[in-house]
Every structure is written in structure tokens, then in C-alpha cells.
Design a protein. Structure first.
Length: 291
């Protein structure tokens, strides 16, 4: 104790030593206060398990989230007929994830009915423009029907549920519905190369086929793919193969998978097939020209 008192006395008598000690104490206090404030602001240690909200209504989810100090927010909506309207289909973060108190949990709810949209009039448009207009309206193509005409890929007629769409028509369809297009096939029309579908989503694959003048054939889904996670799936295989030259209107089927390795292998195989088909076609054209 005598030593400590003498040390304190010496420090007090020396202005430089006294200022150094005071500065050190100030740094320690500042660090402690800053750490305390940081813990309060970030809710350090207040970790919550995200509850499983699937099947709940939004009000039920908010009540469940309140107990865990979580905020429930609607991020999107889908229409899945197999589920009741208004219930939660998906959530992010997923159930069981550990998050800090106050975290927002985004949910996708099931609509009570599919949204209705007005079918755009696309007769007289090129197939590419007609497809684009339909997709912008939230629709797709149910079938391409080719018939002899002066111009290839000119839309001659459009139908929905067997009814012809006329100029000024206000006919509506459920979002995602397919429209039948009657398209021209000129006398000079030639076989087209099937586009590569591997690596694309189902929606993208369909769009690529329609733009090239092909119909969508059978869609096969790997085990585990459903209406909720299908948007995450990608094409892993197709038939006929990429690069194969076929007549317009031919149906092309594909397989959807959630397996990244399978999808990548399918993409590489499709690229090889497309290159081989392109080379074979080029060689046949060169041979025919030489003759």
C-alpha cells in the first residue's frame, strides 16, 4: 500500500505522467462505452430462431413473429390452386435460420385467384414481336400452328379457348395462360436449328423455343420439383438435342432439375451437340455448293 501511495504521489507530482495516466483512463472508458453502445445497437447476443410460417395467414405469422421480435413483410404472391388463398407459401430467411432480433422475414402468400389480364391483339405482327407483347402482358404461347402463306412467321390469327381475338377485343385470360397463334409458312421456309435450353429456367426455355418457331413439348421434372420451387429449377436435358435442324412448329421437350452438377453437365453436352450440328450443316452446305 505504501508503494502504491508513493507511486500515485510521484505521478501526481509529474504533470506529464499525470496526463498520460488520465489519457489512458479516458481511452479505457471510451472503449467500454463504445462497446456497450455497439452491443445495444446490433442487439449483440439477441439471436432468434425463425419459426416455420408456411401454411399460416399473414396475421398468424405476425403473431408468431412477435414472440421472436421478428417483422413479417409480404414480398410476393403466387397462385397455387392446391393451397388456400391468403396462406404463406415461402419465407426468407427459411424456418430454423438464426437471425438477430428485429430482423425482417419476407413471405410469399397464395393469391385467392389468379390475376386476369387483357389479351393483346397481335395478329399481323411478326412471331418475335407477338411473343414479346404476350410475355409483357404476363401470357405465353399455347401452340404455334403453321400454315402456308406468303411470309414465314407472320401471325395470321390468334385464339384463346377456341375463340378468335379481334381488334379492340377486351377478352381476358388468367396470367400465365397460353395463346394459340396461327403463323405463316412461306414456300422458302427452311428447317431451323433447335436452340440450346440447358441452364435456362422453364420460362426462359419456352421463350427461346417460341422465338425460334418451335412448340414446347413434354416437360419432365426431377423428383422434388413442385409449383413452389420450379422457378429455381433449370433445364438439364432436351429432346431433340441442341443444334438439330427441324421444321417450324416441331415440339421440343426438356427436363428440369435442381441439381447444379446435372445442369452444368447438360449445358456442356448441349454446347457440344450444337457445335457438332453446326459443323455438319456447314459441311453439307459446302458439299452441295461444290456439286
Amino acid at each position: 500500500m505504501d508503494y502504491l501511495r508513493k507511486l500515485i504521489a510521484k505521478i501526481s507530482a509529474n504533470p506529464i505522467a499525470r496526463n498520460l495516466v488520465l489519457a489512458l483512463c479516458a481511452i479505457i472508458v471510451f472503449g467500454f462505452v463504445a462497446n456497450l453502445l455497439l452491443n445495444l445497437l446490433t442487439r449483440h447476443g439477441q439471436v432468434r430462431d425463425v419459426p416455420d410460417l408456411s401454411g399460416m395467414t399473414v396475421e398468424e405469422a405476425k403473431h408468431a413473429g412477435k414472440g421472436s421480435s421478428l417483422r413479417i413483410e409480404i414480398n410476393d404472391s403466387l397462385y397455387v390452386p392446391a393451397y388456400p388463398g391468403g396462406v404463406i407459401l415461402e419465407q426468407n430467411p427459411v424456418a430454423g435460420a438464426q437471425v438477430k432480433s428485429g430482423r425482417r422475414v419476407f413471405v410469399t402468400i397464395n393469391s385467392y385467384r389468379q390475376k386476369m389480364v387483357t389479351i393483346p391483339y397481335v395478329t399481323g405482327f411478326s412471331l418475335r414481336q407477338a411473343k414479346s407483347n404476350l410475355e409483357m402482358a404476363g401470357l405465353g404461347i399455347d401452340k404455334l400452328i403453321y400454315q402456308n402463306d406468303i411470309a414465314t412467321n407472320n401471325v395470321l390469327e390468334e385464339r384463346y379457348n377456341g375463340k378468335i381475338i379481334h381488334p379492340g377485343s377486351k377478352m381476358q385470360a388468367e396470367m400465365g395462360a397460353g395463346i394459340t397463334l396461327v403463323v405463316g409458312l412461306g414456300s422458302d421456309a427452311t428447317a431451323q436449328a433447335v436452340p440450346r435450353l440447358a441452364g435456362f429456367s422453364a420460362r426462359e426455355a419456352k421463350s427461346r423455343l417460341w422465338e425460334a418457331g418451335f412448340n414446347v413439348g413434354k416437360i419432365t421434372r426431377d423428383v422434388g420439383i413442385n409449383l413452389l420451387n420450379e422457378k429455381e429449377a433449370r433445364v438439364s436435358a432436351q429432346s431433340p438435342a441442341a443444334g438439330t435442324r427441324l421444321g417450324l412448329g416441331t415440339a421440343v421437350g426438356f427436363t428440369l432439375s435442381l441439381d447444379d452438377a446435372k445442369i452444368e453437365a447438360g449445358r456442356k453436352a448441349a454446347d457440344r451437340s450444337a457445335r457438332a450440328a453446326a459443323k455438319a450443316y456447314a459441311d453439307s452446305v459446302a458439299s452441295a455448293t461444290a456439286e
